[in-house]
Design a protein around this ligand. Structure first.
Ligand SMILES: NC(=O)c1ccc[n+]([C@@H]2O[C@H](COP(=O)([O-])OP(=O)(O)OC[C@H]3O[C@@H](n4cnc5c(N)ncnc54)[C@H](O)[C@@H]3O)[C@@H](O)[C@H]2O)c1
Length: 356
């Protein structure tokens, strides 16, 4: 930790961070760290670790991180740099060991999603963080975008009454190459987790059970599970349905899914981009009552709508204030439990109770 004085003599503490896993996503992290006011001064990247040192060097060169130690051995770098923070951007299979190592060295850890490769691993990491007295949070960045925040605010306002259903469609055909095309349950583990987490956030409900049909459709270029259709029971009898495919060529949906929220008084649809459409029952006589359009207010706090940058800022604020971050591991595990419940249901063909 380094302390400096600003012009008005307020102390700013710069935290030292090691970033482990310097592949594609790490570029987004470093860009957010370097370009976001409030983060650039508060966090200094003192180490870059990757199994492939060339990848780490490339990241350092791209962003001019000339002072950072570059190595393939995370323990050595954490020991040498005495880092305060570990940023974990490795592939999911390597996550448990990397997070455990960061906590062992006394770091607060911010991990990419998914928070672990299994629920047991996730539970172990939550317990390790608690024992170490360190913050452990997950980059569930897609809940930190304007549309998701607007939906949550709108549901909370009660305009459409009590929420009864959430329905999400996700149909895109990205050709990533790399680990995604080789892993099992690719859509559920690597992408649907964002939508499941957002459904939990928007509704404020607890996931109770799930039934899921997972397939790898004809023509898929993934090894396993490029499509999933899941029905969740959330608390207070809210139904959440998810229909998704990662090999659906043609005109795609948004990366955030296309949403329909059904309430006891009206509905809200969001195309996952700019188009919101909300209405409550009208006053026409007869079979159908018609509808009355309702304005959807903007997101309540603009600073919470910048994806990775907002997650990192929330993590930092949690460290400074002592409050839990919004995406703390002990809460995010509930979203992971939705994923593993869906995977288990797809495997057994039976509905599965969700226990985080
Ligand atoms: N939040 C998002 O929107 C989002 C988007 C893309 C990827 N991700 C997540 O980010 C993570 C990384 O994805 P990516 O696309 O950058 O993958 P990637 O394959 O491009 O990069 C991962 C890097 O981690 C390194 N690595 C693997 N095991 C390691 C270990 N034990 N120690 C050090 N380095 C190790 C690899 O060598 C590789 O360079 C994944 O968990 C992925 O799900 C999140």
């Amino acid at each position: 930790m380094k302390e400096r004085r600003t012009v008005n003599e307020e102390a700013i503490v710069t935290l030292k961070a090691v970033l482990c896993g310097c592949g594609a996503m790490a570029h987004g992290w470093v860009r957010a760290l370097k370009t976001t006011p409030g983060l650039a001064d508060a966090i200094e990247i003192v180490g870059l670790v990757d199994l492939d040192a060339r990848v780490a060097r490339q990241l350092a060169e791209t962003f001019g991180l000339t002072e950072a130690v570059i190595d393939t051995d995370l323990d050595r770098v954490l020991r040498e740099t005495r880092a305060d923070l570990l940023f974990d951007v490795v592939v999911p299979a390597a996550r448990r060991a990397v997070v455990a190592s960061g906590l062992e060295h006394g770091c607060h850890v911010l991990s990419e999603k998914p928070m672990a490769a299994s629920l047991d691993e996730a539970r172990e990491l939550v317990a390790l963080a608690e024992a170490a007295g360190r913050i452990h949070a997950v980059v569930q960045n897609r809940r930190f975008i304007s549309g998701i925040r607007r939906m949550r605010r709108f549901v909370e306002s009660g305009v459409i009454g009590d929420l009864t259903g959430i329905h999400c469609d996700f149909f895109i055909a990205p050709h990533f190459g790399g680990f995604r095309e080789k892993m099992d349950n690719v859509l559920l583990l690597d992408m649907a987790i964002h939508t499941f987490d957002a459904a939990r956030f928007v509704s404020g409900k607890r996931p109770l059970s799930v039934y899921c049909l997972e397939t790898n459709p004809a023509g898929s270029w993934y090894a396993h599970g490029a499509s999933a259709n899941a029905i969740f029971r959330l608390s207070d009898d809210v139904a959440f349905t998810y229909r998704g495919s990662w090999c659906a060529e043609g005109r795609r949906t948004s990366w955030e899914s296309a949403w329909r929220l059904v309430g006891s008084k009206g509905m809200l649809t969001w195309d996952g981009e700019e188009a919101f459409d909300a209405a409550v029952a009208g006053e026409e006589e007869g079979l159908l009552r018609g509808y009355r359009p309702i304005e959807v207010p903007p997101a309540p706090r603009e600073q919470e709508t910048h994806g990775h940058a907002s997650v990192i800022a929330d993590f930092l604020d949690a460290i400074r204030s002592g409050r839990p971050p919004e995406t703390a591991g002990f809460d995010n595990i509930k979203s992971l439990a939705m994923v593993f419940g869906a995977i288990e249901s797809a495997r057994t063909g039976q509905p599965v109770a969700i226990e985080a």
